[in-house]
Design a protein around this ligand. Structure first.
Ligand code: NCD
Length: 305
C-alpha cells in the first residue's frame, strides 16, 4: 500500500489484516494509552470540508501511535488554495512537512490529484459523494466485532444512498465477502447509483430496493443508517423534499431482530431519535471508538511501522 485513495485499493486479505491490527490497537484506545510506534513522524490533516469525527479520529490515532500532528480544518478558506494553488502543489508542500497526509475535499478525485504531487502516503478522508475508504473500513470492523463474521448476513442501507460516500465505500468492501444480502432503502430520488447496484448483482449478491423502512426492519442483521446530506443538494427546496423521510425511533427498533445492530457514520441531524441511543443495538458511538483503532492500523501500515 502506498496511498489509501479508494475503497477499491484494498484486497480482502489486506482488509482482514488491518482488522487484526485494529483489534490489537483497540485496548490502547480504550485505555487511552500512547505507544511509541510512530515516534518522530508527522501526520498532516488537510480538510476542505467540515468534519468533527474524521479529522479528530485521524489525529487521535496518530497521537496514540506516538506521532505528531499538523492540521488545517479549513483548507478551503485559510490555505493557499484561496490564492489559487493547485492540489498538486499543495501535495508537494505538505509532503515536505509531513510523513503522511489525511485529506477531505468536496470534489471526487481531488485526493488522488493531491497524491500525485505528494512524496508521502495520502489517505482519502472523504472526497465529496465519491468515496470514504477509512469510514467503510471502520464500519466493517464494527460489523465483524458485533456479528463475529463478515459473511452470511443481511444489511439494510438506509437514507441518502445516492450521495452517501459511506455506503458506497461499504459496498466496495462487502464485495470481498459472500452471502451478504443487500436491502437498499431510500426515496426514489436518492437511490444507490445504478452502476454500483449492477456490480453487486453481477457478483452474485441479492439486492432489493424499497422506499419503505418499516417493512424491512425485521429482516436485517445490520442497519447501516445515513443522514440526508443537505450540502449535496443544489437548492434548499430539494433538500426539504427529503428531510425527515426516515427517522429511526424506538417504535421502529421494536420491530427489529433482538441482535441486529445499527451503525451510522454520524453526524446525527434529525434522523435518529436520541431515545434510540440507550438501545444496546445502537452501535454508532462505539463505532467512533473503533474508528480510532482502525485508523491507527491504517497509519501504521502506510508508515511501515
Ligand atoms: C460521514 C461523511 O463525512 O461522509 N461522516 C463521517 O465521516 N463520520 C457521513 C456524513 O457526513 O453524513
Amino acid at each position: 500500500m502506498k496511498h489509501l485513495l479508494s475503497s477499491k485499493d484494498l484486497t480482502r486479505d489486506e482488509v482482514l489484516a488491518l482488522f487484526v491490527r485494529a483489534g490489537e490497537f483497540l485496548p490502547v484506545v480504550k485505555e487511552r494509552r500512547r505507544l511509541n510506534l510512530a515516534e518522530g513522524k508527522i501526520l498532516a490533516t488537510l480538510f476542505y470540508e467540515p468534519s468533527t469525527r474524521t479529522r479528530f479520529s485521524f489525529e487521535t490515532a496518530m497521537l496514540r501511535l506516538g506521532g505528531m500532528v499538523i492540521s488545517n480544518a479549513d483548507m478551503g478558506s485559510t490555505s493557499s488554495a484561496k490564492k489559487g494553488e493547485t492540489l498538486y502543489d499543495t501535495g508537494k508542500m505538505a509532503s515536505t512537512f509531513a510523513d503522511i497526509i489525511a485529506m477531505r475535499h468536496p470534489q471526487p478525485g481531488s485526493v488522488a490529484e493531491l497524491a500525485l504531487g505528494s512524496s508521502v502516503p495520502v489517505i482519502n478522508g472523504g472526497d465529496g459523494p465519491g468515496d470514504h475508504p477509512t469510514q467503510g473500513l471502520l464500519d466493517l470492523f464494527t460489523i465483524q466485532r458485533a456479528l463475529g463474521r463478515l459473511e452470511n448476513f443481511t444489511i439494510a442501507m438506509v437514507g441518502d444512498l445516492k450521495y452517501s460516500r459511506v455506503v458506497h465505500s461499504q459496498c466496495e468492501y462487502l464485495m470481498h465477502f459472500t452471502g451478504v444480502r443487500f436491502i437498499l432503502v431510500s426515496p426514489e430520488g436518492l437511490k444507490m447509483p445504478a452502476e454500483l447496484v449492477e456490480r453487486l448483482r453481477g457478483k452474485g449478491f441479492e439486492v432489493s430496493e424499497t422506499a419503505d423502512l418499516e417493512s424491512v426492519m425485521g429482516e436485517c442483521d445490520v442497519l447501516s443508517d445515513t443522514r440526508i446530506q443537505q450540502e449535496r443538494f443544489a437548492t434548499q427546496e430539494e433538500y426539504e423534499r427529503y428531510n425527515g423521510v426516515y427517522i429511526l425511533t424506538p417504535a421502529l427498533m421494536a420491530k427489529a431482530k433482538p441482535d441486529m445492530i445499527v451503525i451510522d457514520p454520524l453526524p446525527r441531524v434529525n434522523h435518529i431519535d436520541p431515545a434510540v441511543d440507550s438501545d444496546p443495538r445502537a452501535r454508532y458511538f462505539e463505532q467512533v471508538e473503533n474508528g480510532v483503532a482502525v485508523r491507527m492500523a491504517i497509519l501504521a501500515e502506510l508508515l511501515g511501522v
